[in-house]
Design a protein around this ligand. Structure first.
Ligand code: NDP
Length: 441
């Protein structure tokens, strides 16, 4: 870690993500002479390349605006670089590097032929007109286009990049290349998107949780589920959990908590969705929707069986983890990428709370992105039921793989699974094999 820390000095999020993996897999690497000789971990801790560029665009008044853009191509050992684009003022090189690193491990867990990457900009889409967002996307793709392609690097959405932004980015890609094929996923259905791509991460998260519960001899029906965030992942996780008979006791956003002690109703979720899609706040709910909005609060004080952090990195710290344990929570599955600090994860592990890392439990989005690529390449579209069935099977498959790996060589009971360790080792083994088989790249 000391050499990695020196090479990536000051990039806290990146070092945090690498350290979690190193802790879990160092013994596996040391036990294998081939992996040690190939310096697998050290090489996986260096992105293939980090591309940085200026994005210049004109606002509605004709004034020139500047933003920074990046694409981190972490690894194409397993296939084309694959990972989303994030537009948010908090975006930095370090955040995109950690996301690309995590994505590489996540994608290898899916067993689909995908490498890992991530990109984005410090541009904040909120408060801009449609026309400004379109001009920004055109300018961003004007730079990015020279580095991507269907068998090279296939971006998708993330925070601040939804179906609208993907449409503008896809159009700019087509215009620059003259190619109609999809070098981007998350497209609207009418322009080559897949059924269920929008829902995939949230639905996949709940399918993963159902597999955790089944292994422990339980089911989701009747469980209390606390969720953070009210974006794409949070809302679809809430909807699927409610469909399966769970009581969703919270959502949240960057300003506060949506608290529903007796459970959110479908009407409340529809109201939140409509407000969020229109860019309106949810802090003054009408009485009929039956929830409270508490400014500045987080969901983790509410008693629950299952917690799904679905907002952003490092949103849940050690105090929050202790509150969850005291509130009776027994299952935590990450919808967001790295939402727990390393200290929070340690609190859960010590308390025996089963904790699934995002690289496993939020893989549903990239799974359906891969299905979108497959449909585009085959000139075929799959019905929603077929996509849903494949998504569920792949999430259950990831769960099985992790459980086998986590308990390999230990005398642990079937209810005791260190999902963080299992996910990191399972992903590492696949990547390590690929590093060795490639030789020097
Ligand atoms: P969205 O932009 O749709 O939603 C993000 C939500 O998180 C918003 O409600 C936002 O609040 C809230 N939020 C942001 N920062 C904070 C904070 N500091 N505290 C509390 N809430 C906060 O993004 P997604 O739902 O797409 O992504 C959420 C997470 O899931 C990210 O970590 C992303 O990388 C990860 N992810 C997403 C995938 C996808 O397919 N979309 C796939 C895999 C992972 P506000 O409404 O106030 O802005």
């Amino acid at each position: 870690m000391s050499e990695i820390a020196a090479w990536h000095a000051g990039e806290e999020e990146y070092l945090q993500a690498v350290e979690e993996v190193v802790r879990a897999v160092i013994t596996v690497e040391k036990a294998d002479a081939q992996y040690t000789a190939a310096r697998v971990l050290r090489r996986l801790a260096e992105p293939d390349r980090v591309i940085a560029f200026r994005v210049e665009w004109a606002d509605d008044k004709g004034e020139i605006r500047l933003n920074r853009g990046w694409r981190v191509q972490h690894s194409n050992l397993m296939g084309p670089y694959k990972g989303g684009l994030r537009f948010h003022p908090s975006v930095t090189r370090s955040i995109l590097k950690f996301l690309a690193f995590e994505q590489t491990f996540k994608n290898s867990l899916t067993d689909l032929p995908l490498g890992g990457g991530k990109g984005g900009s410090d541009f904040d889409p909120s408060g801009h007109s449609d026309a400004e967002i379109m001009r920004f996307c055109q300018a961003f793709m004007g730079e990015l286009v020279r580095y991507i392609g269907p068998s090279r690097d296939v971006p998708a959405g993330d925070i601040g990049v939804g179906t609208r932004e993907i449409g503008y980015l896809a159009a700019a890609y087509k215009r620059a290349t003259g190619e109609a094929e999809g070098a981007i996923t998350g497209k609207a259905l009418c322009i080559g998107g897949s059924e269920l791509r929008v829902e995939a991460t949230g639905y996949g998260l709940v399918y993963f949780v159902c597999a955790m519960l089944a292994r422990a001899g339980e089911e989701i029906e009747g469980k209390r589920v606390a969720i953070s965030g009210k974006g794409n992942v949070a809302r679809h996780a809430a909807r699927k959990a409610m469909q399966l008979g769970a009581t969703v006791v919270s959502l949240s956003d960057s300003s506060g908590l949506i608290a529903a002690e007796d459970g959110l109703s479908v009407e409340a979720l529809d109201w939140i969705t409509a407000r969020a899609d229109a860019g309106q706040s949810v802090d003054t709910p009408p009485k009929r929707v039956g929830f409270e909005y508490l400014p500045g609060k987080k969901p983790w004080q509410i008693e629950c069986d299952i917690a799904l952090p679905c907002a952003t990195q490092n949103e849940l710290d050690a105090d929050d983890a202790r509150a969850l344990v005291e509130g009776g929570c027994r299952f935590v599955a990450e919808g967001a990428n790295m939402p727990l600090t390393n200290k929070a994860a340690a609190v859960l592990l010590k308390a025996g709370v089963l904790h699934a890392p995002g690289k496993a439990s939020n893989a549903g989005g990239v799974v359906v992105s891969a299905l979108e690529m497959r449909q585009n390449a085959a000139f075929r579209s799959m019905p929603a039921e077929e996509v849903d069935g494949l998504l569920r099977d792949i999430m259950v498959g990831i769960h099985r793989l992790i459980c086998e790996e986590a308990n390999r060589g230990t005398a642990k009971s079937t209810a005791e699974v260190d999902y963080v360790r299992g996910a990191n080792i399972a992903a590492y083994r696949r990547l390590a094999r690929a590093v060795v088989d490639h030789g020097l790249i």
